[in-house]
Design a protein around this ligand. Structure first.
Ligand code: FE2
Length: 295
């Protein structure tokens, strides 16, 4: 914990690990916890995360913190500046989704920054990578991002490409899979498909936390949707009056991110054996500072 904070203060988070490294025996069997934070929505989501991190580190002392950042830049995409800020704050890895390429300035960054991943089942020709490995205290965590294929644009099947992605990870102690998908069926199926083979499968994209967090029989922690880190006062992040107007009039409406009632939504996964979860619990908390009073 102290080490993570010190590293963040110095702007020198733990080094990513590249494929092919031998397993570090010191990391095997150690108690490990992974805090995964659901889709950051806009500046309000980013501020909610950054203000909540000290509380969460004090409360849970997570070994790793991973966030989904595909909505963090004004509700759509992510920029290099924001990604750098998150990494400097000690975030170990950032996952993305269907809005990965909304900001053109992120394209080269996706190829250069090893801590950010876009869905592994996008086309190989698209910028970025789908897997990364990060290390803390000799423990190696593989992070895989996938996109569902139903109602979302992903060039290849998540169910075939996950095999390739897992094969690219090399020697690791744990694997976290962010399945960014619209359909609950695809996410549940992926949980069962990977049960016993990865530490956790967490669903993102729909921005509403589901009540089905559990450890599957094979030892994989699973939840269909983690929820978002953003304004509960809107409609999955959008100002509610704009969302309602769009639905009422069936006409184009410019959407803006709501700032009302921001909450952090995530899950904490605890592990005592490699590649297995002991528990998964939801982390649902309001922004420490009441953002709605700032505006
Ligand atoms: Fe999404």
């Amino acid at each position: 914990m102290a080490e993570i904070q010190a590293a963040a203060a110095e702007g020198s988070a733990a080094s990513p690990v590249h494929d092919g490294q031998p397993v570090d025996a010191s990391g095997a069997g150690r108690d490990v916890s992974i805090l995964f934070v659901g889709d950051l929505v806009g500046g309000i989501g980013r501020r909610t995360l950054l203000e909540s991190l000290p509380v969460l580190r004090e409360r849970y002392a997570p070994t790793f913190v991973v966030v989904n950042g595909e909505n963090v830049a004004g509700g759509l995409g992510i920029t290099p500046k924001i990604a750098d800020e998150l990494i400097a704050a000690g975030i170990d890895a950032i996952t993305l989704g269907n809005h990965t390429y909304h900001r053109r300035e992120i394209y080269r960054y996706l190829d250069a920054q090893p801590r950010i991943v876009r869905p592994a089942n996008f086309l190989r020709s698209q910028p970025g990578r789908g897997v990364c490995v990060v290390e803390r205290d000799g423990v190696r965590l593989g992070v895989v991002n996938l996109s569902g294929n139903l109602y979302l644009r992903a060039g290849r099947s998540a169910f075939t490409e996950i095999e390739v992605a897992l094969g690219e990870l090399g020697a690791i102690d744990h694997v976290l899979v962010d399945m960014h998908a619209e359909a609950t069926s695809e996410k549940i199926a992926m949980g069962w498909h990977l049960d016993g083979r990865v530490t956790a499968v967490v669903g993102t994209h729909t921005h509403v936390p589901t009540a089905d967090a559990r450890v599957l029989p094979g030892g994989t922690a699973y939840i269909t949707d983690v929820g978002m880190t953003g304004p509960r006062g809107g409609v999955i992040g959008v100002k509610r009056e704009q969302a309602i107007e769009s639905l009422l009039t069936q006409m184009p409406v410019r959407f803006e991110t709501s700032d009302e009632d921001p909450w952090l939504m995530g899950v904490l996964i605890r592990c005592s054996r490699p590649m297995r979860a002991e528990s998964i619990e939801q982390v649902l908390m309001p922004r420490p500072a009441d953002a709605s009073k700032e505006r």
